[in-house]
Design a protein around this ligand. Structure first.
Ligand code: SF4
Length: 388
């Protein structure tokens, strides 16, 4: 049962930058207000963590997420990027940095581009001024258009636009307008997520206090609208919430986010920075979600790992099945077996039969995949595959 692929050197790197200008109403990610000295200390620590992991790394994909990575100033970026060069970590095929439209300058964009960053993921969320305010975003709609032009001028030819739908107060008309304006930007990639209500967020408290209701039906119609707008404008859906342009007819579009595809296919990745998770050969690690503690550990020369969990081969395979189902391509049966050592058809025979009966999935000689109806219930389907 051991047919797992060897994962060294690790070809995927995630770096968490835990700073934001202010906290958005819906956000449960680990991030805090950026204070000059803390950010400098973080920069030194993340470089230290890169030094500790570089011998095991040969990144083909890098993703700087947050938080708001674009909040680092020019000097801080310069330091991170030159050290990555020194450590031979900067030759990735795809290198993404998340940007908030309020923190993009031409100088910064050019600096990132000249050091090998070739993909930007822009957190737009909405193009409606009232909703941006409602969500607690720091940027305006005008900043989105301006930043997009700056990124293009700096040479970025692969840009993702992140949107949210089913935001309290968002009507179908507003969603349609946002979608139309967003696709008109001409980005290569689109990610659109339904609002989720995470405990400990102001939005969740407002929902609990009865300040608004969740309208499931409207959310479904907005998702349908998204699917047709994306298709009509040349995007191909390759995951529940992700759409990309493609110059070829390959099953996964050319501009799909390779970093995330690796993640959904259960590939190994290092996760650096406070609160970041990593996953290497069935072992999941998680760093401390506390920037001071994180820095203290790194200053002592050790990684700031809070927990380490080794998954059994079967629970690992179950997770892999669940992740991969999010992709429209589903799971090629041979690839799944090669990666996990398990046969999807025999190990999850009952569950698969149930999903096929319900019209949520289809199974043929080559692959198992959710239908477009089933993708709406992907979380439910994913749970059926999990094993302890
Ligand atoms: S910018 Fe992103 S990470 Fe920061 S608070 Fe808003 S949603 Fe959370």
């Amino acid at each position: 049962m051991s047919g797992q692929l060897s994962q060294f050197p690790v070809s995927s790197l995630y770096v968490h930058v835990p700073f934001c200008a202010q906290k958005c109403e819906y956000c449960a990610f680990f991030s805090e207000a950026a204070k000059g000295e803390t950010v400098n200390r973080y920069v030194d620590s993340i470089i230290r963590e890169m030094e500790l992991t570089a011998p095991d790394l040969k990144p083909e994909t890098i993703f700087f997420g947050g938080g708001t990575p674009s909040l680092l100033n020019l000097q801080q970026w310069e330091k991170v990027l030159s050290n990555m060069q020194r450590l031979k970590l900067s030759n990735a095929r795809e290198w993404t940095v998340e940007c908030n439209p309020a923190t993009v300058s031409l100088e910064k964009a050019k600096l990132l581009r000249s050091h090998g960053v070739n993909r930007i993921s822009m957190g737009v969320q909405s193009l409606d001024a009232n909703l941006l305010d409602r969500l607690g975003r720091v940027h305006s709609r005008e900043m989105v258009f301006k930043s997009f032009d700056i990124l293009r001028a700096a040479g970025f030819e692969n840009i993702n636009v992140d949107l949210m739908f089913a935001i309290p107060g968002q009507t179908m008309a507003v969603w349609k307008e946002t979608l139309a304006e967003a696709v008109a930007l001409g980005s290569e990639h689109l990610s659109c997520y339904e609002v989720i209500y995470e405990e400990d967020t102001p939005l969740y408290q407002q929902l609990k206090a009865g300040e608004f209701d969740v309208n499931e039906e409207l959310a479904c119609s907005m998702y349908e609208e998204l699917l047709s707008a994306a298709e009509a404008n040349g995007f191909r859906q390759y995951e529940i919430a992700n759409f990309a342009r493609s110059n070829s007819s390959s099953e996964i579009p050319d501009y799909a986010c390779k970093h995330n595809v690796n993640y959904w296919r259960g590939g190994s990745f290092y996760g650096l920075g406070p609160s970041a998770s990593g996953y290497i050969d069935g072992v999941r690690t998680k760093n401390w979600s506390n920037t001071t503690l994180y820095c203290e550990q790194l200053e002592k020369g050790q990684r700031a790992i809070e927990s380490r969990e080794e998954l059994t081969p079967l629970s690992r395979a179950g997770e892999l099945a669940a992740f991969g189902l999010r992709m429209t391509a589903g799971w090629p049966l041979v690839e799944f077996q090669k990666r996990t050592g398990f046969d999807l058809r025999s190990e999850w025979k009952t569950e698969i039969a149930q999903m096929v009966d319900l019209g949520y999935a289809r199974l043929d000689e080559q692959k198992f995949q959710l239908t477009s109806r089933g993708l709406r219930y992907a979380d439910w389907a994913a749970e059926r595959f999990l094993r302890i």
